[in-house]
Design a protein around this ligand. Structure first.
Ligand code: HXC
Length: 259
């Protein structure tokens, strides 16, 4: 898989997807968004990949949508650009496979929105987060007003978005925007260790759990519980459920097979 602005590597069933446009701090122009969409589709279809780590090359994770490209857009073009980014990020969120954002540096605007479309965020102590759009005369446009509010609550989301404050990784962890903060040199290993733990489990169970959490968090609790019941029930039709429970009874490690 070759892309102009991204690389994909595969290690031990973990896909490592790196945004690679370091001269512009990995800013998301149309080319990066198109590459990202194709990469996410390719990863979804790739049977060698169970879990994905998304990171950025150089000192930034992603410093936002490309301001140079957006500068002269009219209202229609701005809306279309925002909608396309939303569509690509939603593919990540709805991917059957878990995505871990390994946030190595600036995650601003569209970069913070990209990290938030992943399932889990691990950050380097050097990472910085923020939604600085109102300082540019726009609002967040890749669903940042929605995902940030859902992750950290409307009060904190409004504070961050209205002030355009840039916050440290430690502050981001404090408000629930990131799962863990580690030394820069430990970032990829921390993400890989987490990914390896996920790979060792029953993959259909992981995927059903992702689907239940995503779909359930977007609806009322009664409907959400039915979603969980259905997916829980489906697990009993899998070889991995028989293997997982038999292995427990036989006091041995399970060998999961379903991908
Ligand atoms: C285009 C960008 C960019 C961006 C950085 N660059 N961010 N180009 N779009 N979002 C470019 C710079 O112009 C510069 O290019 C090069 O990357 C290095 O950046 P510097 O500014 O020289 O680096 P530094 O001094 O270390 O400052 C880092 C920074 C700053 C604090 C992250 O670059 C910055 O403030 N960037 C913009 C952050 C931002 O406002 N993001 C939100 C964008 S709006 P040259 O050619 O000069 O070397 C957004 C909307 C999303 O994301 C929704 C859209 C629908």
């Amino acid at each position: 898989m070759q892309f102009e602005t991204l690389t994909i590597a595969i290690e031990n069933r973990i896909g490592i997807l790196t945004v690679n446009r370091p001269k512009a701090l990995n800013a998301l122009n149309s080319q990066v968004l198109e590459d990202l969409e194709k990469a996410v589709e390719a990863i979804e279809a790739n049977k060698e990949i169970d879990v994905v780590i998304l990171t950025g090359e150089g000192k930034a994770f992603v410093a936002g949508a490309d301001i140079t490209e957006m500068k002269d857009m009219n209202a229609d073009e701005g809306r279309t650009f925002g909608a396309y980014g939303m569509h690509v990020f939603r593919k990540i969120e709805l991917s059957s496979k878990p995505y871990i954002a390994a946030v190595n540096g600036f995650a601003l605007g569209g970069g913070c929105e990209l990290a938030m479309s992943c399932d889990i965020r691990v950050a380097s102590e050097k990472a910085k987060f923020g939604q600085p759009e109102v300082g540019l005369g726009i609002t967040p446009g890749f669903a940042g007003t929605q995902r940030l509010a859902r992750l950290v609550g409307t009060g904190k989301a409004k504070e961050l978005i209205f002030t355009a404050d840039i916050i440290s990784a430690v502050e981001a962890e404090k408000i629930g925007l990131v799962n863990a903060v580690v030394a820069p040199d430990d970032l990829m290993q921390t993400a890989k260790t987490m990914a390896e733990k996920i790979v060792a489990n029953a993959q259909l169970s992981v995927r059903y759990a992702k689907s239940a959490i995503n779909r359930g968090s977007e609806t009322d609790i009664e409907t959400a519980m039915v979603i969980e019941q259905d997916l829980f029930g489906l697990c009993f039709a899998t070889e991995d459920q028989k293997e997982g429970m038999t292995a427990f009874v036989e006091k041995r490690a399970p060998k999961f097979v379903t991908r």
